[in-house]
Write a protein that binds this ligand. Structure first.
Ligand SMILES: NC(=O)c1ccc[n+]([C@@H]2O[C@H](COP(=O)([O-])OP(=O)(O)OC[C@H]3O[C@@H](n4cnc5c(N)ncnc54)[C@H](O)[C@@H]3O)[C@@H](O)[C@H]2O)c1
Length: 428
């Protein structure tokens, strides 16, 4: 940590895995150079490594080919921002902790409990800090709800219901054609809904989940449902213009999800991803141009989870894919009132039994200024909070240190066992 002009400490960071997420967090250094400086990189891809070395002005001796090489070198920064893919989070983070870095780690923490325990032990052993990127805790929508609950406005929580509606186009790019399409590597509930399960546990802070049941499966995005006239690739398809899952429609016409569909081929940052010729060529030959009915996906396309907490509170979460509108909804019922809201709309209501004649229910509507991207503004607030934790300033109501993020993951692991084995699973 070095002293910047004005006496504020500047945290120096190494980016580990130069993908869409870590580069997004690093943008905080652009707007707050007196708080965060990117001084090192670790990335196997030569093109990405040199692109971002130039972008952040990182010296050649501080650029490494992977997390292991970085950890083996003498530590030269305060923190590491680990934006590698889900399945290598633990194996890349432990050596960094041992080398003395505090780590901002992307979710999900680990694909199974064994790896989660290994990381927890490494945190205890090294005394380093790990903060998990549960960005929704920082979204104004959820932090405002959490604050109302912490204020005691709806009393003790009796029931929580959350829904994640995964849009048909998000499903297609990430979970059918894309890198989270295999259950064995990236279980869908963990990959997509560890945020929601974390939010449920966060709302119930200090009270642990005990029992989990779950139902779900993949019944829609299967080969059997391929319509007549469909082909293996959208560019060869006779019904492509009428198909709502067309990759040409999503990525070329509507310019959606460039940072997934073009991963690695162009700069992720805005302004450099709208080249139609590049995108059309990419869709023609990459996995992102495959027909959704003829892919190698095996992840569930629906799953519901029921959780019982130790105080008798019941929570349910529904993950529904193929939704026309992608959003998240939450309904919390307490002993003194309830909260109901839609994250994308940025509106929630607090309703309480009326205490005066003629007023059955007293409703307060809260409208938040939500942005369209960056998880409702949560991403950069998360970075700010991480820096405050590292500096020892204590973080915020949203801070997700490792020990605090575990329960949501334990629910996800238990839910998949419960769904597969058709039984209720108890969390120890
Ligand atoms: N917090 C959120 O809401 C949120 C949203 C989307 C994705 N994610 C998570 O963020 C993570 C990153 O996703 P992404 O889309 O940015 O991934 P990405 O594939 O774009 O980037 C990962 C990068 O890591 C690099 N890499 C691979 N092995 C490495 C190693 N050993 N050392 C260093 N770098 C290595 C890859 O080459 C790649 O550049 C995933 O775990 C994903 O699930 C979180």
């Amino acid at each position: 940590m070095c002293e910047a002009m004005g006496g504020f400490a500047v945290i120096t960071a190494v980016l580990v895995g130069l993908g869409h997420r870590s580069v997004g967090y690093a943008a905080y250094a652009d707007s707050h150079p007196d708080e965060l400086q990117i001084v090192g990189l670790a990335e196997p891809d030569d093109v990405r490594r040199s692109r971002y070395a130039e972008r952040f002005g990182v010296a050649a001796e501080n650029c490494f080919r992977n997390a292991k090489e970085l950890a083996a070198a003498e530590r030269f920064a305060d923190v590491a921002i680990n934006g590698t893919m889900d399945e290598i989070h633990v194996q890349t983070t432990i050596p960094l902790l041992e080398a003395g870095y505090d780590v901002l780690l992307e979710k999900p923490i680990a694909p199974n409990q064994e790896q989660l325990d290994m990381l927890s032990h490494a945190v205890e052993r090294t005394g380093q800090k790990v903060v998990i990127c549960h960005v929704l805790r920082y979204a104004p929508f959820y932090s405002a709800i959490k604050q109302r609950i912490a204020n005691g406005e709806i009393g003790d929580i009796m029931h929580i219901h959350t829904t994640e509606n995964v849009s048909y186009h998000h499903m297609a790019v990430a979970f059918i054609r894309g890198k989270w399409n295999r259950e064995e590597i990236n279980p869908m509930l963990l990959a997509k809904c560890c945020h929601d399960l974390d939010l449920i546990c966060w709302m119930k802070s200090g009270i642990v989940p005990r029992k989990v049941a779950s139902f779900g499966g993949r019944h829609f995005f299967t080969r059997e449902n391929a319509p007549a006239g469909s082909a293996l690739r959208c560019v060869d398809c006779s019904i492509e213009r009428d198909c709502e899952y067309s990759a040409i429609r999503h990525h070329v016409d509507n310019k959606m999800w460039p940072f997934y569909a073009l991963a690695g081929e162009v700069n992720y940052e805005r302004g450099d991803v709208t080249d139609e010729v590049t995108m059309r060529a990419h869709v023609a030959h990459s996995e992102y141009g495959r027909c959704v009915w003829h892919c190698d996906n095996d992840v569930v396309d629906r799953q519901s989870v029921i959780i019982e907490f130790e105080d008798g509170c019941v929570a349910t979460h529904d993950m529904v894919t193929n939704s026309a509108k992608g959003t998240r909804r939450i309904q919390i019922t307490g002993t003194k009132g309830d909260i109901f809201g839609d994250m994308v709309d940025g509106i929630f209501t607090i309703s309480k039994p009326g205490a005066v004649a003629g007023s059955e229910t007293v409703v307060e509507e809260v409208r938040l200024n939500v942005q369209e991207d960056l998880h409702g503004g949560g991403d950069l607030r998360l970075v700010e909070d991480f820096l405050s934790v590292v500096k020892g300033d204590g973080g915020s109501i949203s801070t997700t240190v490792l020990s605090d993020s575990i329960n949501g993951h334990l629910i996800a692991y238990a839910a998949d066992v419960a769904m597969r084995e058709e039984r209720v699973v108890t969390i120890d």
